[in-house]
Design a protein around this ligand. Structure first.
Ligand SMILES: [Zn+2]
Length: 680
């Protein structure tokens, strides 16, 4: 409880520290529950002491003001665009041009090129004064209230001089998918790509909307480093003097960015330096970036190569559009043009009809793309998509390929429009048209049943080997199963008569089904396919209530961190309708409850551990083991990390750990500490 002003100040400091670890370092110190609890206490105290509120308190990030329009904001120094190059030849040409600008030797600073919305942050006396969009480079918009809701933008920094910090506002690929799913549900048009989602979220007149979008900020540079509030008031002489002072402090771009990150900003997953004579070094970095591109949670569309020596930048100067000293070395496109050859309708296990575009196969970023999601029929109507249309398709990492644009000008008049379905394409039952969602309500619809079985057997559910799409369909069509419970009555004799089956394959399938006996509780709960209950929620349910969760009073589920009415009602309804089926499945599967391990003597109890390099066992397995021994395993090294565990070919994490003085353990040493009995 917060009693005194002193308590309040301490609580605000604690919240800030937790938020920094969570949003900037991706290394949470406490659970969301603990954070929310303290946040609410701080909020409560502030309500009763409005005159004593700390303006940098995390509760101040979201205000109540809704704007009518954005104020224009003239940038002190221009926010430049960047020249793009698309291959080695173009890059080499750029290097040759830069080399002609100076006889001095120089190096390159290399960082990722994030695909988001540029933002300029103005700090004065260590406080965030303003945030401005890029606009046309000279005049942007004042989006300060919205920027304050972005948790990875510090409201105060430990640097008292006037400074403009520039960077990119982004949304992760995962959050982008989630945001679009929500928009489709609410019958709003989905965003075409993560960049549009980030830019659109940043330009909301109501900051509460921005606050709900999980935006991230990654800095990439500095604008004007000294105080002026109006660019007309400074003479060129003063500008040059001030700038020189700042340059002398850091000398290189790399040092300058190290300094910016040290002020509490998010650091990109990879950076580097190369000599301008050693282009192989640059190409190697390029390949490395492409290799990790899909694993990085945000969209990358290239890497930025900048001249590293700050002293040379002004000397090299600018064209009318770009700085001459930097270039975006773009990755192979994630967007390509192709043609929609057909549209098919898939019926999922919940009965939702999803239109899918069949595309003329096209290679995008090394992968052949043949299908793209169309979300729903409202979206087809909104974009006026027709069969035969030329379209732009985007794909990157875990973003599902999707159509971002129809090239209407390429229409010949022979394109066919796509009618809104009135009947299920599989069982012919009349559909329920709810606008954004069209559903087949027939519980015995073959598509629903087959998809339920496929889901039941999938990797993150009961993981039944050999029970994929074609086998599930075959078993259903041959009348061997009508429901997942029938799987447990299958016999080798009836299976081996099926086309494509022999004795061995039949036995394997039966054994795989038998092997589900004793599965972990969460796999069982996840396999039930309760709406809104995925893998994470299933794990939470099992940790709290175990296999007998269906006997628990629904009100109890609200006590689980992150469970709201939508999820709880969904569980309640599912249990009401399917209680018998749940009990039958428990009888067959006998799921085992999560073990409560005695971890008192573990050397890893409450230690913050980071894994790096290739290990002798899958990383996920080692992570689980360490967690069962009380460790907190995270992805990035910080001062708070207790151990870095080293596999083969460790990279930047090792460097960082050495720099921070984090204790480094070889994998073998870790096994020794864990003890032989846990070693396999
Ligand atoms: Zn149907």
């Amino acid at each position: 409880m917060i009693g005194s002003y002193e308590d309040y100040k301490k609580a605000v400091q604690t919240l800030k520290k937790w938020a920094y670890y969570y949003y900037v370092l991706d290394n949470p110190l406490v659970t969301d529950e603990e954070y929310d609890k303290l946040y609410k206490e701080v909020e409560k105290w502030e309500k009763t002491h409005p005159d004593k509120i700390d303006p940098t308190s995390p509760t101040r990030r979201v205000g109540d003001v809704v704007l009518d329009e954005f104020k224009k904001a003239k940038h002190i120094t221009r926010m430049w665009s960047m020249e793009d190059v698309f291959d080695k030849n173009e890059f080499n040409e750029w290097v040759n041009r830069v080399k002609k600008l100076s006889s001095k030797k120089f190096t390159f600073y290399i960082e990722p090129k994030f695909d988001g919305a540029s933002l300029n942050l103005v700090y004065k006396d260590g406080k965030l004064l303003r945030a401005e969009t890029r606009g046309n480079g000279e005049i942007g918009e004042d989006v300060t209230l919205n920027a304050k809701t972005i948790n990875s933008i510090p409201l105060e920094i430990n640097y008292k001089e006037f400074i403009e910090i520039r960077g990119e506002v982004l949304i992760s690929k995962k959050d982008f998918e989630k945001l679009n799913e929500e928009r489709v549900k609410k019958e709003e048009a989905p965003f075409a790509n993560p960049r549009n989602a980030a830019a659109g979220s940043l330009r909301q007149l109501d900051p509460k909307i921005t606050a709900k979008r999980p935006l991230l900020f990654y800095p990439w540079g500095v604008g004007y480093p000294v105080e002026v509030l109006n660019s007309n008031e400074i003479s060129e002489k003063k500008y040059n003097e001030d700038k020189q002072k700042f340059i002398n402090k850091f000398n290189t771009y790399k040092n300058m960015m190290d300094f910016i990150y040290s002020l509490g900003f998010k650091e990109p997953p990879k950076r580097g330096e190369c000599d301008s004579e050693d282009l192989d070094c640059v190409y190697k970095k390029y390949d490395e970036f492409i290799e990790i591109r899909d694993e990085i949670p945000v969209m990358l569309d290239g890497m930025v190569v900048k001249v590293n020596e700050l002293n040379l930048l002004e000397k090299f100067g600018y064209t009318t559009k770009f700085p001459k000293w930097m270039v975006a070395f773009k990755f192979p496109a994630v967007e390509k043009e192709t043609i929609i050859e057909d549209v098919i309708i898939q019926v999922g296990r919940t009965g939702v009809l999803t239109p899918v575009a069949i595309l003329k196969p096209v290679e995008i970023g090394g992968v052949i793309v043949e299908r793209a999601t169309l979300h729903n029929f409202d979206e087809i109507k909104r974009l006026d998509i027709r069969i035969g249309d030329h379209v732009i398709v985007i794909r990157s990492g875990d973003v599902i390929p999707k159509i971002t644009k129809v090239l209407y000008h390429k229409r010949k008049g022979t394109e066919k429009s796509i009618p809104r379905p009135t009947h299920c394409p599989v069982c012919r039952a009349e559909v329920l048209d709810e606008g954004a969602l069209i559903k087949c309500q027939n519980l015995s619809c073959p598509a629903r049943i087959v998809n339920t079985i496929i889901y039941f057997a999938s990797k993150n559910c009961l993981d039944i080997d050999g029970l994929g799409e074609s086998v599930a369909r075959l078993l259903y069509e041959k009348n061997l199963i009508k429901d997942v419970t029938d799987l447990f009555h299958l016999e080798v004799e009836e299976l081996e008569k099926l086309p494509g089956f022999a004795r061995k394959k039949a036995e394997n399938l039966i054994n795989a089904i038998k092997k589900t006996k004793g599965s972990e509780c969460w796999r069982f709960v996840n396999s039930l396919g309760i709406e809104h209950i995925g893998e994470v929620a299933s794990k939470k349910i099992c940790e709290r209530f175990g296999v007998e969760f269906y006997k628990i009073d629904p009100a109890e589920f609200y006590k689980i961190d992150g469970f709201g009415p939508e999820m709880v009602k969904s569980i309640e309804e599912f249990v009401r309708v399917n209680k018998n089926r749940i009990e039958t499945l428990i009888k067959y599967i006998e799921p085992k409850n999560p073990e409560v391990k005695e971890v008192k003597n573990s050397p890893f109890l409450d230690k913050r551990v980071v894994l790096t390099g290739t290990m002798s066992k899958p990383r996920e397995e080692i992570k689980e083991l360490l967690e069962s021994l009380g460790a907190h395993v995270s992805n990035s090294v910080s001062k708070k990390t207790d151990f870095l565990i080293l596999g083969k070919d460790a990279g930047s994490k090792l460097e960082k750990a050495e720099k921070l003085g984090v204790k480094i353990l070889k994998e073998e040493e870790m096994w020794k500490m864990i003890g032989e009995e846990n070693a396999d």
